[in-house]
Design a protein around this ligand. Structure first.
Ligand SMILES: [Zn+2]
Length: 413
């Protein structure tokens, strides 16, 4: 059965056929987004079958009148930690008010996640993915990293795999307290038995590479984690350069990681390395098999009251930028891609078009996915319908529930 979505006031496709770019050009609203005014989309068998002006749309079995609303590719949230247990709202409140807090930070989440039943973890993860879908996110990546023991890491990933194909083994999130005096032993666990138990449920391996944080991992440790994951058939991504201009970007480029996430503190050499990782590639808009994307997570800077990454510096150097939520119970518990887009525009001076591209096509590139993040013919029919006439409203009306409908694999979600 084919479905015609018609009377679309503004359609964003990221499709070069309609002027979409492999990266958005700075210059004006919508530049590079492959926009069509007064548009229609035909969906068939879960895929995009046709896009263009409504006046020339082919016939379909069913027609849906979208009454002038704006339609976007579903958001691709390429970085989240949405399988966990526990509550850290008091930690957040203390951070905001400058009160001392001794609640344990991430160790609090690790203890609660280890103690939680599989059903409780699954229910929370499911609820968060549903919450994301309601805000227009149709593809989400989910990491382990709150188990930090073999059984709990594997349990987190089994549950994550029920929710998304984009699952990431992050045993090397932090060194748990019981290994604080024997980091080498924890590294052997992460690269040995824990990896073996987790790899069947994961697509990606990740590491929190941050020498400035005593419980995170330095360059050599991070390299060992990524190398072990790659040997096990996983693809690499890196948490790097969040708190200092550390080795994360360098390492990510060295191992061919799809993305380095945070990128708050970068040297000129880091920016050059990220740009260089894309040199000589043709811009198909997909990013599949390409270099390392810089994934920015401004909801974290918001929720930790920290300086934002310099998005303009990356864009000026030609580095593809993705935006993601990093939804997690500690440093930032927002699941909202529209909020992230608004932050990117207000706080990082990305244009609304750049921010939307980064939240869709950029996220797809960060996951090396060619079938999402755009509405080219053949793409997954994952669409977000805004109760607004244009994509500008995402940043123009922050905090407002603008998502009217979400379509996932060609069906109303
Ligand atoms: Zn993270």
């Amino acid at each position: 059965m084919s479905v015609l979505l018609t009377n679309i006031g503004e359609l964003v496709t990221n499709d070069p056929v309609h002027g979409g770019a492999s990266e958005p050009r700075a210059g004006g609203p919508g530049d590079g987004l492959g926009m069509v005014a007064d548009a229609a989309v035909v969906v068939e068998a879960g895929r995009i079958a046709w896009t263009g002006p409504a006046s020339s749309a082919p016939a379909a079995d069913v027609a849906v009148d979208l009454e002038g609303r704006c339609v976007l590719p579903g958001f691709v949230d390429s970085h989240s930690h949405t399988v966990f247990a526990g509550d850290r709202s008091a930690e957040f409140a203390a951070r905001m008010t400058g009160e001392p807090y001794t609640g344990g930070g991430i160790a609090n989440t690790v203890a609660a996640t280890r103690a939680a039943s599989e059903e409780a973890l699954r229910a929370r993860g499911r609820a968060l993915v549903r919450e994301m879908l309601a805000q227009g996110t149709t593809t989400v990546e989910i990491k382990s990293g709150y188990g930090q023991d073999v059984a709990t890491e594997a349990r987190m990933l089994r549950i994550a795999r029920e929710l998304t194909p984009e699952t990431t083994y992050l045993g090397a999130h932090t060194v748990p307290a019981e290994y604080a005096h024997d980091r080498a032993a924890y590294l052997r666990l992460v690269t040995g038995p824990m990896l073996a138990a987790c790899a069947p449920h994961a697509r990606w391996v990740d590491v929190f590479c941050e020498p400035a944080a005593p419980t995170a991992f330095d360059e050599d440790e991070s390299r060992a984690v990524l190398a072990a994951g790659l040997r096990a058939g996983l693809l690499a991504r890196v948490h790097g350069n969040q708190l200092s201009a550390g080795p994360g970007v360098r390492l990510a480029v060295e191992v061919g990681a799809a993305s380095v996430d945070h990128c708050t503190y970068l040297t000129d050499a880091d920016v050059d390395a990220l740009a260089g990782s894309w040199a000589g590639r043709s811009g198909s808009g997909s990013g599949v098999g390409h270099g390392s994307v810089a994934t920015l997570l401004p909801a974290i800077e918001f929720s930790t009251r920290s300086p934002y990454p310099d998005a303009r510096r990356l864009l000026a150097a030609g580095v593809p930028v993705a935006l993601a939520t990093d939804c997690n119970p500690g440093s930032g518990y927002s699941s909202s891609m529209p909020f992230v887009v608004a932050l990117a525009v207000r706080e990082m001076r990305m244009s609304p078009a750049e921010a939307l591209w980064s939240a869709t096509a950029g996220g797809a590139a960060a996951l090396r996915r060619d079938d999402v993040g755009h509405l080219r013919v053949g793409a997954r029919a994952d669409l977000t319908v805004l109760d607004a006439p244009s994509h500008l409203y995402l940043a123009y009306r922050p905090g407002v529930p603008l998502v009217a409908q979400v379509w996932k694999d060609g069906a109303r979600a």
